[in-house]
Design a protein around this ligand. Sequence first.
Ligand SMILES: Nc1ncnc2c1ncn2[C@@H]1O[C@H](COP(=O)(O)OP(=O)(O)OP(=O)(O)O)[C@@H](O)[C@H]1O
Ligand SMILES: [Mg+2]
Length: 256
Amino acid sequence: MSRWILDVENLSARYGRVEALVGFSLRVAHGEIATVVGANGAGKSTLLHSILGAVSPTSGKVVFAGAEVTRWPIHQRIEAGLVLVPEGRRILVSMTIEENLLLGAHMRQDTATVRREIDDIYDRFPNLAQRRTQNAACLSGGEQQMLALGRAMLAKPRLLMMDEPSLGLSPLFVTRLFELIRDYNSKGLSVLLVEQNTANALKIAHQATVLELGRVAMQGDAAAIAGSSRLQEAYLGGSAVEAAEVGHVRKSIGRR
Ligand SMILES: Nc1ncnc2c1ncn2[C@@H]1O[C@H](COP(=O)(O)OP(=O)(O)OP(=O)(O)O)[C@@H](O)[C@H]1O
Ligand SMILES: [Mg+2]
């Protein structure tokens, strides 16, 4: 078995004359959290959509779990375990919380296991459990993000891709969300996390890529990138205090 759950090679994508991704490469090892950080318009969503098959790359290839999936339709990639929690969560607010969760499992036949997994999600998210029969519209933004994560987990991802999950969440929910991602990862889930929230993403990631205008500006060990002066100047406002805080948190959670 290949060491990589995901191997993106030299991928380019464009919208008309806009080059959104240029010669992008990234490898994610099994069991790893990889983050791609970058500003508005850097090409983060385009990258995830190209991996999922919602955007057709103009060149390059995507290899997932050893199979080249570059020309596969989206549903086949999802069935293979490539699951995306999209930007803005996209839960269905006119359906109940339980119906939203069941949607994540719609391709599965193992109803007894699905039931157990839904109950496990309710254990993790008591706010969802209490309101399982209510419309998802009643949830706060943070709770909706938890629901979107739960729904994605029911699709049995082998690689979970998340597009800016922390956007618009309170600091408390961001912390809770990132703890959950880390917890799923510690049980073996591989994660590709796209974020503008650079400091938080670098705290939980093993490896990081900084994307600038569709191109890789930096790539490597997350701790090394968090500590680099170039990143601090560009994304952390040059704040030595914040950089020190990232280092401290990483140490306290056992990351170098
Ligand atoms: N459907 C589209 N049609 C035309 N241009 C697009 C389209 N989607 C994205 N773009 C352009 O492609 C570039 C990359 O956009 P993308 O949405 O991938 O960036 P992003 O890093 O996800 O940004 P954000 O942080 O704002 O979500 C931008 O210049 C954007 O304007
Ligand atoms: Mg985006």
